[in-house]
Structure formats: C-alpha cells, structure tokens
Design a protein around this ligand. Structure first.
Ligand code: ARG
Length: 471
C-alpha cells in the first residue's frame, strides 16, 4: 500500500522524487548524468554496499533475511554488468542509483533499505577510494616492472661507457649502467610517493552520510574492517567535501608521466642519427607515409606528449576544488574524468615503456667513441692537481688553459705529451695519464652514489635485491 501511494506522489519516478511535482526535464537528465563514465565504479560501489548491508544487519537496522536478499541481488547485478547484460539508464544519473534501482526492481522492498544511514556523498567518496586503492597497487606493480627493465639493461651493459651531460653538453664520462640506475631511483621515489598517497586514500568514509553523520546506530569501524581499511575518516563534513587524496594521486601520476617524458626525450635524442646511442627494435617504431627511409620513435614521443593531459588532469581537479564551500557540491562529480584519464594514461604508458626497454640496444662502440672527445676528463685533471696540493681554483684555471691549448691544436687532453702538459703545471707527472683515460676517470669516482664500476655494481646488486631479481 505504502509503495503504491508514494508512486502516485512521485511523478518524477526518481529514487529522490518524493518532494518533486514535475518530471525532470530531459535536458537536465542529460546534463547531470555521469553514468557514462562512473559505470566503471560498479565493482567498488557493490563492494561498499555489501559491507554496508552486512553492518546494517549486525546493528539490527535490517534483518538477516533482508541482508541476504540485498547481497544476493547485488551479486546478480554485478554478474549482469560483467556479462554486459545490464542496462545503464542515464535518467538514473549515476552508478549508485542505477544499481540501487536495479536492486529494488529485483528484490522489492528490502532493496529500499540499503540506503539506510548512507548518502551518495559518502558513497562516492568510498567508491573513488576503493578504485584508487586498486589502481595505486597496480601502478606500484608497473613501476616495479619498469625498474626491473632498467636493472636488466644495467646488468647487461654494466661496464659500457657513455658521455654524461650537463646543459646537454658533454660533461664527464659515466657508465651506461649508472645512467640507467638514475631512472631506477627516480621511479623508486614515485613508488614511495604512491605508497604515501595510499595512506590518505585508504581511510573509510562511509557513515559520514550527507555531511553531518547519522543518528542511526551504525558501526563505521566494522565497515572499515569489512573493506580492509585501517581507519575511518574523522570528520563527516571534511569527508564529504574532501578530494585531497585524489589531488595527491593525480600529482603522483603527473610526476610519473613527467619522469616517463624525460626518459622519452633521451630515447628520442639517443635514437637520432646525430647521437646513434641506441637502436630501437623495428617492432617498436613506425614508418612515414611519405618518406620511405624513416623509422620514427613514436612510442617515446607519445610518452612525452601524454604528459600534457596528465598534468592537465591535476590542474583540473585543483581548479575544481578551489572555490568549493563545505561540504559536498555537485561540482565534485567532475573529479572522475580527470582521475580516470590519468589512470588510463599512466597505466599503459608504464607498461609500454617497460616493453620498449626490453626492445632496445645500446650501441656501445658509438657510446665509447663519444666519450673520447669533448675534454670530459678535464675535471679529473683538476682533481689530480688538487691531490698534488694545488688549490682547486688554481687547478681549474690550469686545466682551462690546457683545454684551450687542445682546442687550438685540435687534440684531446689524452693526446698531449707529458712535456706539453707540464707547460701548464710542474705538479704534473707521468701518473697523470691514469686519470686522463675514460676508464680511469670513471673508476676514480668511488664516492657514494658515484659512477665507478665498484659503486655502480654495489648499487645494481642492491637494486636487484630490492626488486627480488635473483642472479
Ligand atoms: N554522481 C555524484 C558524484 O559523482 C554522486 C553524489 C551525488 N550526490 C548528490 N547529492 N547529488 O559526485
């Protein structure tokens, strides 16, 4: 009886339609709907509802039979969605109401009790947190995969040499493996940041209800335990208006993509004929529709290009939050597309970058040649003089003059005779030639974090151990 009465008074036929006397305009339904993108939260929404219904029954707010019907109904709906048999309706706005309406249609009155002590405002916060928790774990796994690719290559090219650059000018010779392990560290920080951000994502918001909490006897801690959250949020008003955890997540994504972009920039440069430091596998390049000779590094270019949208998504969310009064505002519905887009960009980017690294080779001869010009052992010569008690500033100036002499004579430092070298400083002796060689230069850099073979070998072993890569 009660339900047919309420139907009469509810021409809008919405779950929230009781106080409305007109049907919602079709244009409004189209404008406010989010189901075309938030449908992907169905698993998270259903997991939350299951835990919520279990708690409601424990608290005596619904019966055990009602709980079982709700949970059974939700499982069927989940299966229907998975099998593509579920009809999403835009007039039901979002994933929450599509599922709730389907549940009521399926099991009748018990379905109407599911939303007890809950609001879509805390529900959506839960869904996004569950989603981001999953995606964060996935990203951490992909970051590990990428690090393993760097480490495999570092092992393979452990003692290969290359020029290290500052200002994109040849600076000092380094090991290829040292360069690769620099990226290992960069992405290690991204992993740490993702884990840290997870701490703020991983807090259970349900029970905040619309904004003020609820007078019904719920058990938030139980729901948290059911859903594997270590804690519940502290303030219901903060909770319903908070998307800081999503900002942090998007900022982590932006930095990951920026790191991929920097890496991509190097690959693009290195694969050019000007550098010829690496060769990308044919299967990981594309051709030109007009220039038959071309082999283009499109993957790194897209990795670089996609950083724009990931940075943009972070800016979107920050801007979205900027002027919002507490607590929930419908503006917050606009958080999801940037979140999804960043995930959909970063996840495949990390995966393809890993594949790319398994499909490139370093041209070690060419890299070694490149270390032989550019006076890259000049700092070593200065350091040599320092060890012979010459003040560093003076040593710097002496070596500067030696380099100027080499430029004029079209010679490398290594090519100078002892006599020629001694014209610049009488502190120079026969042993100078040990430090002027590329190998000597590299292997002298034994300071912690430096490029000597021994330090890099230690760093590589530590990385392999951390990544669980047994030799
Ligand atoms: N679709 C909404 C969102 O994504 C869910 C919450 C809607 N709440 C409301 N009171 N209209 O934010």
């Amino acid at each position: 009886m009660a339900s047919s009465d309420s139907k009469k008074q509810n021409p809008s036929a919405k779950l929230w339609g009781g106080r409305f006397s007109q049907k919602t305009a079709a244009s409004v339904e189209a404008f406010t709907a989010s189901i075309h993108y938030d449908a992907r939260l169905y698993r998270h929404d259903i997991a939350g509802s299951r835990a919520h219904a279990t708690m409601l029954a424990r608290q005596g707010l619904i019966t055990d039979e009602e709980r079982d019907l709700i949970i059974q109904g939700l499982s069927e709906i989940e299966q229907e969605i998975e099998d593509n048999r579920f009809l999403f309706k835009p007039e039901l706005e979002d994933i929450h109401m599509n599922i709730e309406k389907a549940l009521v249609d399926k099991i009748g009155d018990p379905g109407k009790k599911l939303h007890t002590a809950r609001s879509r405002n805390d529900q959506i916060s839960l869904d996004i947190r569950l989603y981001l928790r999953e995606e964060s774990e996935r990203i951490i796994g992909l970051l590990t995969g990428l690090q393993q690719a760097f480490v495999r290559l570092a092992r393979k090219y452990l003692s290969a040499v290359m020029p290290g650059y500052t200002h994109l000018q040849r600076a000092q010779p380094v090991l290829v493996s040292h360069h690769l392990l620099a990226y290992y560290e960069m992405f290690e920080r991204d992993k740490e940041r993702t884990r840290d951000c997870l701490k703020r994502i991983n807090v259970m918001p349900l029970g905040s209800a619309a904004l003020a909490g609820t007078g019904l006897p719920i058990d938030r801690e139980f729901v948290a335990k059911e859903l594997n959250f270590p804690a519940v949020t502290a303030n219901s008003m903060d909770t319903t208006g908070d998307r800081d955890f999503a900002v942090e997540f998007l900022s982590v994504c932006a930095l990951i993509q920026i790191h991929l972009s920097r890496l991509a920039e190097e690959l693009i440069l290195w694969s050019s004929s000007e550098f010829s430091f690496i060769t990308l596998a044919d299967s990981f390049c594309t051709g030109s529709s007009i220039m038959p000779q071309k082999k283009n590094p499109d993957i790194p270019e897209l990795l670089r290009g996609k950083s724009g949208r990931v940075i943009g998504n972070l800016m979107s969310l920050l801007t979205l939050l900027k002027g919002l009064p507490l607590t929930y505002n419908r503006d917050l519905q606009e958080d999801k597309e940037p979140i999804f887009d960043s995930v959909d960009t970063v996840v495949p980017s990390l995966a393809i970058a890993t594949e790319l690294f398994d499909n490139l080779s370093f041209n070690t001869d060419r890299l070694a040649d490149a270390t032989r010009s550019g006076y890259m052992t000049a700092t070593d010569l200065a350091d040599y003089l320092v060890l012979k008690k010459v003040a560093f500033r003076e040593a710097h100036s002496i070596v500067g003059q030696a380099v100027a002499f080499c430029i004029k004579e079209k010679k490398e430092l290594e090519d100078l005779s002892l006599k020629e070298l001694q014209r610049f400083s009488d502190a120079i002796d026969q042993d100078v030639f040990d430090v002027l060689s590329v190998k000597g230069s590299i292997n002298s850099r034994t300071s912690t974090g430096g490029t000597s073979l021994t330090t890099v070998t230690d760093a590589l072993c530590a990385a392999e151990k951390k990544l669980g890569m047994g030799k």
